[in-house]
Design a protein around this ligand. Structure first.
Ligand SMILES: [Zn+2]
Length: 722
């Protein structure tokens, strides 16, 4: 299952804490918030004295962040200057290890700041965020484009073969060099100036794209004063639509647009004209020739990125951007997309035939179009796979899922035990803290969970770090999971959907990747791995949610303790393969578009986005009339402004790894300590300390395979079977 993160854990060397809202970076310059001066009374001044250096949330005030962040940046710049100007010849110790030790104050404060701004924000914190985001971006540039510093990094890199380094230190040398080069450190001053101009224009256009898209999505809402147009919506959905109209001071009902091509309400709307109108609003939201039209913006962005790739010495932008990913090259990513396309489109074709048969049986008298798909697929789903949430939820009580499911699987696989700690301060009263112990009783980590929805919390679910593991810095990991489950009334149990259960296992999988981290250097630790690897441990951990021995252990009725009836459990399992031809094809089409845009050479002319998109889908055999891409180029936020440029394939790539890895467990005896310990030792504890392709292959004993992914999505059936 794919889990879109709100906080994708992209961090880089030197700045383990800096992932502060990219979108805010372009916010209008603001006067700095009135900040106190920084001194020993600031709770970030020195490392926390609490167990595991846990943040002293009982002492931290909103007004403490900004002075600590500013002091942290100033301190790191001083440290970096001292490294760059060191008269001694460069060594790994006086340069790269010294860099690893730099910026500890900044890390300490920014990790906590990221946590509270994501999970428990307020107006004051948001002001600090808007003020600091561009300063933090500039801070990072100041380090990467420091030419004296880079000269030292390069000197070490060039003689690395003669240095007799341990494997992790060698990886650090190669990784740091790669990150500096990727940022443009190797360019002449003239080319650095060119790069700076490209980056500035790119950032301006990304911001323009975001603003246009936001306005376009708002303008694309469907409005009506005729309730019959919305026939099929539930009372609750109608109430939400009435409320959306009121919020806009409009009469009647409003169905706002969501960011994907397909819109959730299309599943329920029985009026075909309404479905078509909503779909058209979605599909054409940014192509109306008005002020919100993004086509010229994305055409120029693609051209700029091609120029950037060429300037940095690569045939195209994707080739540059994939150098530090597991896939390494656009060719590998494209080959992967190509390999999945036939099974996905063949299944989507059969799903389309099923739907057409249903339309014909109901004497619809029309050919299936994209705006019909969800509506009729839902009828197929109801007939073949129906799951009643209210029947299921009593078996998924939160504490049972956590302790008898999530913790239980971690105990069986890795020997972990958990003890709740009420003495560790938290940032909000719903947050719980557990100390995690290894099989031999050694303290391993602190793990926080913050599961219930709040108005001041970002949507979705995510994992992040409060203290990063590092042997160099003597730090054990402190990590947290956030979700948005419905909070029950006082005294009532929290009953979850199976999606929620899966989310808990998913985020805990990221948590294990952070908690098992056992590396020397903080910038190679835990979840600090490439985009196309980071979702692997989390998605892998989802598999245990439905593993029979684990499922039976937690899925018990909260009142009676009875296990879930077998036929109900079987329905959950079967529903996972519903509509997977469509789902996989729409994602592949988006991934293919992303890659085609980003392999354009710098010599290519400015593209017409519509022509380009149609040709790209034809060329990649993903042009299905009833299955449009999950995002059209002109509203593909991930790739134009959210850091997934040439990276959208990463979701599926990680899925290949997690299904493949789970298959390995199944082939080797399933949930055993021996299997768990081997996986922990060879993968989960290793962070980014070796080439990820090599790490994966060493553990698996072969190349990754797409077959288990196709099987998990139910696409491995024999021809003719249903
Ligand atoms: Zn995730």
């Amino acid at each position: 299952m794919m889990q879109l993160e709100t906080n994708w854990m992209k961090r880089t060397i030197l700045t383990t804490g800096i992932s502060i809202a990219l979108g805010a970076a372009a916010a209008a310059a603001q006067a700095p918030p009135a900040g106190a001066s920084f001194g020993p009374s600031n709770p970030f001044y020195a490392p926390s004295t609490l167990p595991f250096q846990a943040p002293p949330f009982d002492k931290i005030k909103d007004s403490d962040y900004q002075p600590a962040i500013d002091a942290g940046m100033a301190q790191q710049i001083e440290e970096v200057e001292a490294i760059a100007n060191n008269p001694a010849p460069p060594t790994i110790e006086n340069t790269l290890v010294a860099l690893e030790r730099s910026g500890q104050l900044l890390d300490r404060v920014s990790l906590v700041f990221n946590c509270v701004t994501g999970a428990n924000t307020d107006d004051d914190l948001q002001k600090v965020q808007e003020y600091e985001a561009p300063r933090l971006a500039a801070h990072q540039d100041a380090i990467y484009l420091n030419s004296k510093l880079f000269a030292r990094v390069k000197a070490i890199y060039e003689k690395r073969a003669s240095l007799d380094l341990d494997p992790e230190s060698l990886r650090l040398v190669e990784y740091d060099y790669q990150q500096f080069v990727k940022a443009g450190a190797n360019l002449s001053d003239a080319d650095k100036a060119k790069l700076k101009k490209i980056n500035e224009e790119d950032s301006t256009l990304e911001n323009a794209f975001m603003n246009k898209l936001l306005a376009a999505a708002k303008a694309g809402a469907f409005s009506t004063t005729d309730p019959k147009a919305l026939a099929g919506l539930s009372e609750a959905q109608m109430a939400a639509a009435a409320q959306a109209a009121q919020a806009r001071k409009q009469q009647g009902w409003v169905v706002p647009l969501q960011n994907t091509t397909q819109q959730p309400d299309l599943t329920f709307l029985s009026d075909r004209a309404t479905r078509k109108a909503i779909f058209d609003n979605s599909w054409n939201r940014t192509e109306r020739g008005d002020a919100n039209d993004t086509r010229s913006t994305i055409a120029r962005l693609a051209q700029l990125r091609a120029e950037k790739g060429a300037l940095l010495g690569f045939p195209n932008f994707a080739a540059w951007n994939l150098t530090d990913q597991m896939a390494k090259t656009p060719e590998a990513a494209i080959h992967f997309i190509d390999a999945l396309a036939p099974a996905a489109t063949a299944r989507a074709g059969r799903e389309a035939n099923d739907i057409q048969a249903l339309i014909d049986a109901q004497r619809g008298g029309f050919t299936l179009e994209p705006w019909d798909w969800e509506f009729y697929a839902e009828q197929v789903r109801k007939a073949k796979y129906d799951l009643d949430e209210s029947e299921i939820k009593p078996y998924f009580e939160l504490n049972s899922v956590l302790e008898n499911g999530v913790f239980y699987a971690a105990h069986e696989l890795y020997g972990l035990t958990f003890k709740e700690r009420k003495d560790i301060p938290v940032y909000q009263q719903d947050v719980r803290v557990f100390q995690v112990f290894d099989a031999d009783g050694t303290p391993l980590a602190l793990w926080y969970c913050d599961y219930f929805k709040r108005d001041n919390k970002n949507g979705g679910a995510w994992m992040d770090t409060l203290v990063a593991q590092s042997k160099l810095l003597g730090q054990l990991p402190v990590v947290f999971n956030v979700a948005n489950f419905e909070k029950p009334a006082p005294g009532q149990p929290a009953l979850l959907s199976f999606d929620d259960v899966t989310t808990m296992f998913h985020e805990f999988g990221h948590g294990l990747h952070g908690m098992f981290a056992n590396t020397m250097y903080p910038s190679l630790s835990g979840t600090q791995v490439p985009r196309d690897f980071v979702e692997f441990p989390s998605q892998f951990n989802e598999h245990w949610a439905s593993y029979p021995a684990v499922f039976a252990h937690y899925a018990k009725h909260y009142k009676t303790g009875e296990p879930m009836p077998a036929e109900l459990a079987a329905k959950i399992e079967k529903s996972k393969t519903f509509n997977q031809g469509y789902d996989l094809t729409e994602i592949l089409a988006a991934a293919a578009l992303d890659m085609q845009w980003h392999i354009l050479p710098s010599s290519a002319p400015l593209q017409n986005p519509d022509t380009f998109e149609a040709q790209a889908l034809q060329k990649t055999h993903l042009a299905l009339s009833a299955v449009p891409p999950r995002y059209r180029s002109s509203y593909f936020l991930h790739i134009w402004a959210n850091g997934y440029d040439a990276g959208y394939y990463a979701y599926l790539w990680s899925e290949m790894l997690d299904d493949d890895a789970f298959q390995w467990f199944e082939d080797h005896g399933g949930m055993t300590r021996a299997n768990g310990d081997r996986f922990r030792q060879m993968v989960l504890s290793r962070g980014n300390t070796e080439d990820l392709e090599k790490m994966y292959k060493a553990w698996l004993g072969r190349e990754p395979s797409i077959e288990p992914l196709l099987k998990a999505r139910g696409l491995k059936e024999t021809e003719g079977a249903k």
